[in-house]
Design a protein around this ligand. Structure first.
Ligand SMILES: [Zn+2]
Length: 452
């Protein structure tokens, strides 16, 4: 048994873990690297092992940093099955083709303006590649054991975080190995708490917020204040949001604020066809979250949905106050970029961040106070008010992680701390070692560990 870390080492992106159990090679998550250029370049380099030799892929959840490499893995020869929950498959059907589309758009843009040293610049994969990759995905049920071979079983266990998100648990002979994927929060207003886990011999644990605590502020109060102030100065609120997860959370908050008359009656636009489809999946999978079907439906109706590119661009010509929720959440691409270009230069507007901003992204630059950012090759001055909602995260903070670990009734043989920037991963390692005395390792990129 061995485990090789092909991503999410000292970074929050590119999650890929290769588990070798006897003769079987299993890849847990198949994410794209995002953010810093040195990380993104890894998406383009030769995959560290021949994709043809991988037997099975298992996805913890649909976010692109956990799934966005799948079309390329298949293009490069992977022919096995991909297992995940049913909701994750449906969300992949929304997110992966969009990821292919964005890759194609970026290549087109680079070619048009001659920005690439590659002639012509090519997409990592196309929308069509992404659509074809969906045929490899086979949904499996929660909490059931599925046989991979005579001695190996997998099961998916609810992880909170986003719709369909799971832990992946392997049983190989008597050894259990648990991958946390992204760990949700105990008191999220939409998602259920992550399932209680009492034992694992090896644990691969995320550490996005390994060195931070979420402020115990009610995001409703924060959001009511931001919207009221911005509208009073005749401004527009732009909220970059992950299409899956944060966008629905924001819609729910908007629904509550409107219902309680706590914000002025300005239009709310959800400018992301993906977020629209993802929102409808919340109605389909009502049992996977806390909102009743009728309430889910009412939340869907709080916003006006923007479908075409033209409608999206038309929003920028409207000068009256409004709220625009649009993807992508870290300003790495998508329609939100033209809204940023339009609204960031004017101090009457507010840009509100609702999710984690990975190092090297435009979102991280903005919250760190950079006076201008580059959009479509142009420098855009940032004069708008920049706000970060402090308690909106879909990731457990370190206290919540330590609480979740307190359910273990015997200590794991080793904990691998992944999916965090270097300080976050190191800090979580120290905290776990101090509190529980468990052996923790922060693996490096391409590091291999023998298990058992
Ligand atoms: Zn995630």
């Amino acid at each position: 048994m061995k485990l090789t870390f092909l991503g999410a080492t000292n970074t929050v992106t590119g999650s890929k873990f290769l588990l070798t159990l006897g003769t079987k090679k299993i890849l847990i998550d198949c994410g794209l690297f995002q953010g810093l250029k040195e990380l993104r370049l890894r998406n383009w380099s030769k995959f560290p092992i021949d994709p043809k030799t991988i037997d099975v892929v298992v996805l913890t959840h649909a976010h692109i940093d956990h799934t966005g490499y799948l079309p390329l893995l298949i293009k490069n020869g992977f022919t096995g099955k991909v297992y995940c929950s049913s909701a994750t498959k449906d969300l992949c059907a929304v997110l992966l083709p969009d990821s292919g589309y964005l890759q194609e758009e970026e290549a087109k843009f680079l070619n048009k303006h001659g920005y690439s040293k590659h002639k012509p610049a090519l997409p990592l994969y196309t929308q069509q590649d992404a659509i074809e990759s969906l045929n490899y995905i086979h949904p499996i049920q929660f909490r059931k054991q599925y046989k991979i071979d005579e001695e190996t079983y997998i099961s998916l266990i609810p992880a909170g975080h986003i719709l369909g998100a799971t832990f992946v648990q392997f049983k190989h002979y008597d050894t259990t190995i648990l991958f946390s994927g992204d760990l949700g929060r105990p008191n999220d207003i939409i998602m259920h708490a992550p399932a209680v886990i009492q034992a694992a011999d090896y644990l691969v644990l995320e550490s996005t917020y390994g060195n931070r605590l979420h402020k115990k502020i009610n995001p409703l109060d924060e959001l009511a204040d931001i919207v009221t102030r911005t509208v009073a100065r005749d401004g527009t609120v732009v909220i970059p949001a992950f299409a899956v997860g944060r966008a629905q959370h924001l819609l729910y908050l908007m629904y509550l604020l409107k219902k309680e008359n706590r914000i002025p009656n300005v239009p709310i636009y959800l400018d992301s066809p993906m977020a629209k489809e993802a929102t409808q999946l919340f109605v389909k999978y009502a049992e996977l979250h806390r909102l009743e079907p009728a309430l889910s439906q009412a939340v869907c109706e709080v916003a006006t949905y923007i479908n075409s590119k033209e409608e999206s661009q038309a929003l920028d010509t409207v000068t009256s106050p409004k709220i625009i929720i649009s993807a992508s959440g870290m300003l790495e691409g998508g329609r939100v970029l033209h809204h940023i270009k339009m609204f960031a230069p004017d101090a009457k507007n507010t840009i509100v961040f609702a999710g984690y901003q990975a190092t090297g992204t435009r979102g991280a630059d903005m919250i760190n106070g950079k006076p201008s950012i580059k959009v479509f090759g142009q420098s855009v001055p940032v004069n708008a008010e920049i706000k970060v909602l402090s308690n909106m995260s879909a990731h457990a903070d370190y206290e919540e992680i330590l609480d979740w670990l307190s359910n273990f009734n015997h200590h794991p043989r080793k904990v691998f701390i992944t999916h965090g920037e270097p300080e976050a991963a190191a800090s979580l390692r120290d905290k776990i070692e101090e509190k529980y005395r468990w052996k923790c390792v922060v693996p490096e990129y391409l590091q291999t560990e023998q298990l058992g």
